[in-house]
Ligand binder design. Structure first.
Ligand code: NAD
Length: 266
């Protein structure tokens, strides 16, 4: 098995990296940063987002395992003291591979078309004030948006930024993207739908921003400033991200354990 590790950079994560390397060497795993089969992320959900983006170009050939060094994460679900058990299972068991939908965007600027994939979400915000944009769904005008911004999330990202905006939590078996508003302006002059919208796999939306606006585009944890975006096409990506499951941890248990204050496993 060829593996690589991305860590958060703190002392605990770094010592776990060393422990993982020695346990992996005993099992005959090969450390390979260029063409890993498994990418181990040690830190938190943010570290896994970083690992995802480091290997996004070969996403069909890699699978991700997240070890958390703080609180239980959505993607980082192995505890630091379970390292030995994890390596044993990786060596001895055939995991169930779960594959989660991703969101894709095509950003049209005056000079080029840029393509991005996200694991959690894309967000668009006006840098100098209100974001003004026309939103089309399946090439038809849907609404004129004015407000702080728009978030387009994946099902697994629905529990992140989208949830803070009052969006629905979506099971990852529902291949979809969700459009949620950030503080839209609604009065007698300006009107948006106000609730979040789920688009299925075969639909798309275009966000056509007002000319010459400075826009902050965030792709998961990465922020990019643009001043010449003409439009952004958003849809469910054809590629997915894979997570090997060496033990069951159903999505709804993950939601319960992250957001509700019960621990029914005790
Ligand atoms: P960060 O360290 O500030 O992480 C924010 C929190 O989001 C962490 O507690 C992390 O565990 C959690 N998180 C990440 N992905 C999650 C998921 N899929 N489901 C549930 N919780 C999740 O920032 P970062 O590490 O750079 O992570 C970037 C993420 O932060 C973005 O993808 C976005 O979803 C999230 N974010 C949230 C808000 C908000 O809720 N108001 C605002 C900005 C960004």
């Amino acid at each position: 098995m060829k593996y690589t590790i991305i860590d958060r950079g703190d002392a605990l994560s770094k010592s776990l990296v060393q422990q993982f390397h020695s346990l992996a060497a005993e099992r005959g795993f090969i450390h390979n940063n260029e063409q890993p089969e498994i990418v181990i992320s040690i830190g938190g959900d943010g570290t896994l987002l970083q690992a995802f983006h480091n290997y996004v170009d070969c996403i069909a050939d890699v699978a991700f395992v997240g070890i958390h060094t703080g609180h239980l994460g959505f993607y980082a679900d192995w505890k630091a003291d379970e390292l030995e058990e994890l390596v044993r299972l990786m060596a001895e068991e055939t995991p169930i591979m779960v594959r989660y939908p991703l969101a894709q965007i095509e950003v049209e600027t005056s000079t080029e078309t840029l393509h991005y994939l996200s694991l959690n979400e894309f967000s668009l915000k006006g840098v100098d004030g209100t974001l003004v944009a026309q939103i089309n769904v399946n090439d038809e005008l849907f609404e004129m948006f004015r407000g702080d911004g728009i978030v387009i999330s994946t099902p697994t990202g629905s529990t992140a930024y989208n949830k803070s905006l009052g969006g629905a939590i979506v099971h990852p078996s529902i291949e979809s993207i969700q459009i949620a508003e950030i503080a839209s302006i609604n009065n007698r002059v300006f009107r948006t739908l106000g609730s979040s919208v789920l688009l299925p796999k075969h639909h798309h939306c275009d966000i056509i921003s007002k000319k010459d606006q400075r826009i902050q585009l965030s792709i998961d944890h990465v922020n990019i400033m643009h001043s010449d975006i003409k439009s952004i096409r958003c849809s469910v990506a054809s590629r997915k991200v894979s997570f090997p499951r060496y033990r069951p941890f159903p999505f709804w248990n993950r939601v319960r354990d992250a957001f509700l204050d019960y621990d029914v496993r005790d």
